[in-house]
Design a protein around this ligand. Structure first.
Ligand SMILES: Nc1ncnc2c1ncn2[C@@H]1O[C@H](COP(=O)(O)OP(=O)(O)OP(=O)(O)O)[C@@H](O)[C@H]1O
Length: 820
């Protein structure tokens, strides 16, 4: 019964796979044979029809026969066989689709919104991968090494505008001309012609200044600029005025007639497709029919294509409804209901536009020949056009398609430069922010602190007064003078020590009345801690000096100064304790000299000689500056690259350029070239600002210094590219950037020595991270003046280079993987 239903509807049969035909009656082999015979008969039938006869044999041939017929394949520009594509298993977007587009024809692809037209075109141009089946464009699989698709053989206009807002019309066309490898002179001629033909605004207008319709026309111009052999246009006439739409169709026919180009065009203006040689009607991922408009009008006894499509869809729906229930025929994965039919029908109602009106008025004249009419118009207009001659452009067309990798990299790099140039705020920020960030960080980080408040509870002082008496202050001067006079004052040593403490820049000694008050002050956050000078401290110090080894316990304890610190701020407390030690060492030395002792006896038993690298006054600041520099130079290109890449992807400009032949490795190279030059600019600015202000010297070779910075930036840009592919939008990138900067600083050993990190897994991760060893290399070049071959320099460069290559490989794999 189901077979009968299909027999009565040859069109529907095309949408059902052989397997499905088998399933119609699995136990009855003869019905299968009958079905196959029916398909063959159908071909014969088609051949006998007079209109559109030259196409139909191929078009309606069963796929298996077709693919074996190499002669027929030669005549096809595009051949699609049993195509299947699904994002979710249960819901195929394209299901068992067969399509044949002859060379030198205009093929109108029709179908309701969401039926899969754009997806199919994206597969043809090599932007999307499919799950099953085969697509051949000029007998080669799109994207195959030997295939010139994507490339200059193809002109593609995507559904989205896919233009750079900040470029002018001329720059946009020049970019594509360069991608296609067109000679400069010819690009100029084509620009002049297309601007006149498509009524585009002047060459110098920026795309952002154009109306929606004008942008669409520029987008179409990009597909036409190189007069390709195959034009794939996804709704090129949307929003254009009827006259312009007519002239576009006229131009397409001219291309087909004179250059033997092939055009595949989708349109929602159904009657417009009547101008095509062949139309294909898609519904829910399946091609319902493929034939000449005149044949279909005759076959369905209609005057308008819209009516044909309506009838087709109604039939498809009624059979599918039957399939669902009564006949037990499995439908090919899509859900068809009566509700959807109603919607579909409404959608296919004739639109009130001039082309449709014209079509309506002419519906009775079956002899109406659109092409003839266009031919007349064309001849008339072409007399006025001097800028292009299709007949003599075959040679020019051959000259195209020779764009080299270098030309394509140059084309995209130029565009990226222009875009940066047209975004002065973004570019200035990119150029100056690293320097400002380094300047700000270096200004506040790593210097020795100043005036950290340390309380002094001097229990040696009489009464409740925490302050040393005025005389004692005076005595301090005398005490200092005593060094020269050798006048030894061994009283109130606590006060003298406090004075010494105040001479240390990092500490401000604050006299405190009692231990309780000092405790409270620390708890209130007013003091970093306090020291306690015990009662009779001076006497005990003297006794200890005299008794030495024989000193009593009380003497020992009484000559000790004790600390009570706020250790919750570890770094501050450590600095305060270190400064107190320094003050104490200085105090004891002064005391010894004034009392005629050998100062060496009172000094710590350590001698700091001239350092191997740097000097004894070196601070954390000197250590951290190169680390901050490397981190910023790594992170900034990473963010900029990923944001630019995501923007390019969102605009659709990247995909479009890929269809024009730009390969991913060339995209990567262009990004590296552009980012590389920005990094050089950033380094010069950073060097000028930071190095000049803080008087840092690069002890090593300047060329090695710049090479390391460049490598670091390129590695950051490579990671940015990977992030740009991985993340859907800028939010993900910004969050990753916010995570990356502090993580790198920790793992680089900038905040804490690496030796303090446990080996497994953290220190191993730290050494494997891109910047850790490079920081060491960079510091070695800047502060130690070491060369490339030194064991402190080359490992960092090697690790960074390995990371760069790794990011390139991962980006390529991820990009390929995401092409579906
Ligand atoms: N990345 C994707 N993930 C999941 N589904 C998708 C994706 N891209 C497209 N689709 C779905 O695939 C179907 C076909 O989309 P497509 O853009 O090819 O339709 P179309 O026929 O070109 O529609 P229109 O005429 O409105 O442009 C739609 O249902 C759409 O929701």
């Amino acid at each position: 019964m189901a077979t009968d239903l299909l027999k009565s509807d040859p069109i529907l049969l095309r949408c059902i796979t052989k397997n499905e035909v088998n399933l119609l009656s699995p136990t009855n082999q003869s019905s299968v044979l009958e079905s196959n015979r029916f398909m063959q008969n159908n071909n014969v039938l088609s051949e006998t029809d007079k209109d559109g006869i030259s196409f139909r044999k191929d078009i309606i041939s069963p796929p298996s026969e077709q693919s074996n017929d190499s002669a027929a394949a030669e005549t096809l520009a595009v051949s699609v066989r049993n195509l299947y594509l699904a994002y979710e298993k249960s819901h195929p977007i394209i299901s068992n689709l067969n399509m044949s587009v002859r060379k030198g024809t205009v093929y109108g692809l029709l179908g309701s919104s969401g039926c899969g037209k754009t997806t199919l075109l994206n597969c043809m141009v090599g932007l999307k991968k499919w799950d099953l089946g085969e697509i051949l464009v000029f007998n080669k699989r799109p994207g195959a090494t030997s295939s010139e698709i994507p490339g200059a053989k193809l002109g593609y206009m995507p559904q989205d505008i896919a233009l750079y807002d900040q470029l002018s019309v001329k720059e946009m066309l020049q970019y594509y001309g360069q991608l296609y490898g067109m000679p400069e002179k010819e690009v100029g001629e084509q620009i002049t012609f297309l601007i006149e033909f498509l009524k585009l605004p002047s060459k110098s207008n920026l795309i952002k200044e154009l109306s929606g319709g004008q942008k669409r026309r520029v987008s179409l111009a990009l597909a036409l600029v190189h007069s390709p052999e195959l034009l794939i246009l996804d709704e090129p006439t949307v929003g254009l005025d009827p006259l312009l739409r007519e002239s576009i169709w006229e131009y397409l026919f001219k291309m087909v007639e004179i250059r033997k180009s092939t055009v595949i065009i989708t349109t929602h203006y159904i009657e417009e497709a009547r101008f095509s040689n062949v139309i294909g009607v898609m519904r829910k991922g399946c091609l319902l029919v493929e034939n000449s408009p005149d044949f279909l009008l005759k076959q369905f006894d209609c005057n308008l294509l819209e009516q044909v499509i309506l009838k087709l869809c109604q039939k498809a729906t009624s059979v599918a409804v039957g399939n669902d229930g009564k006949n037990g025929i499995p439908h090919s994965g899509y859900n068809t209901s009566s509700t959807s039919t109603i919607n579909y029908s409404k959608e296919l109602m004739p639109r009130d536009d001039p082309i449709n009106r014209k079509a309506k008025s002419s519906r009775s004249k079956t002899s109406y020949n659109v092409r003839e009419k266009f031919q007349e118009n064309w001849e008339l207009r072409s007399r006025r056009r001097t800028s292009i001659s299709m007949e003599d452009s075959d040679e020019k067309r051959k000259a195209i398609r020779s764009s080299t990798m270098f030309q394509r990299i140059q084309a995209l790099s130029t565009v990226m430069w222009l875009l940066l140039f047209r975004h002065p705020i973004f570019t200035s920020m990119t150029l100056f922010l690293p320097a400002i960030q380094i300047l700000l960080t270096v200004s506040v980080l790593g210097k020795d602190p100043n005036g950290m408040k340390i309380g002094v509870v001097n229990q040696e002082l009489p009464g409740q007064s925490p302050n040393c008496p005025y005389q004692l202050m005076e005595k301090k001067t005398e005490f200092l003078k005593g060094i020269q006079n050798k006048s030894c004052d061994m009283t109130q040593l606590g006060c003298h020590f406090m004075k010494e403490l105040n001479l240390v820049e990092s500490i401000e000694a604050v006299p405190i009345r009692s231990l309780e008050v000092a405790d409270q002050e620390v708890k209130n956050g007013n003091l970093w801690g306090y020291i306690i000078i015990p009662t009779n401290y001076s006497q005990n110090v003297v006794d200890f000096a005299v008794e030495q080894r024989f000193a009593r316990n009380e003497t020992l304890i009484g000559s000790r100064i004790s600390f009570k610190m706020d250790m919750s701020n570890y770094l501050g407390a450590a600095i305060a304790i270190r400064s107190t030690f320094e003050a104490y060492a200085s105090f004891m030395k002064t005391l010894a000299i004034s009392c005629g002792f050998d100062p060496n006896e009172f000094q710590l038993p350590f001698l700091f000689r001239e350092p191997v690298y740097g000097n004894n006054d070196a601070s954390y600041h000197d250590f951290v500056t190169p680390v901050i520099f490397i981190t910023v130079i790594f992170e900034m290109p990473m963010l900029v690259t990923s944001i630019l890449f995501i923007n390019d992807r969102k605009l659709g400009t990247l995909d479009r350029a890929r269809v024009a032949g730009l390969r991913f490795k060339e995209v990567m190279a262009s990004y590296m070239v552009t980012q590389g030059s920005i990094i050089i600019g950033q380094t010069i600015v950073c060097y000028a600002m930071v190095w000049t202000i803080y008087e840092f010297n690069v002890m090593g070779s300047m060329s090695l210094f710049f090479a390391v910075v460049l490598l670091c930036g390129v590695c950051g840009a490579s990671l940015g590219l990977l992030c740009g592919i991985f993340f859907r939008d800028e939010v993900g990138v910004l969050m990753f950037g916010a995570f990356l900067a502090p993580t790198l600083l920790c793992y680089e050993g900038a905040l804490w020595p690496l030796e303090a990190i446990p080996w497994i897994p953290w220190r191993a991760i730290s050494y494997a991270s891109p910047t850790t060893l490079l920081c060491a290399s960079f510091r070695s070049i800047v502060s130690r003046g070491l060369g490339l071959t030194h064991s402190l320099v080359w490992p960092g460069i090697a690790v960074m280079s390995a990371h760069t290559v790794l990011y390139w490989v991962l980006s390529t794999l991820l990009f390929i993987g995401k092409s579906k």
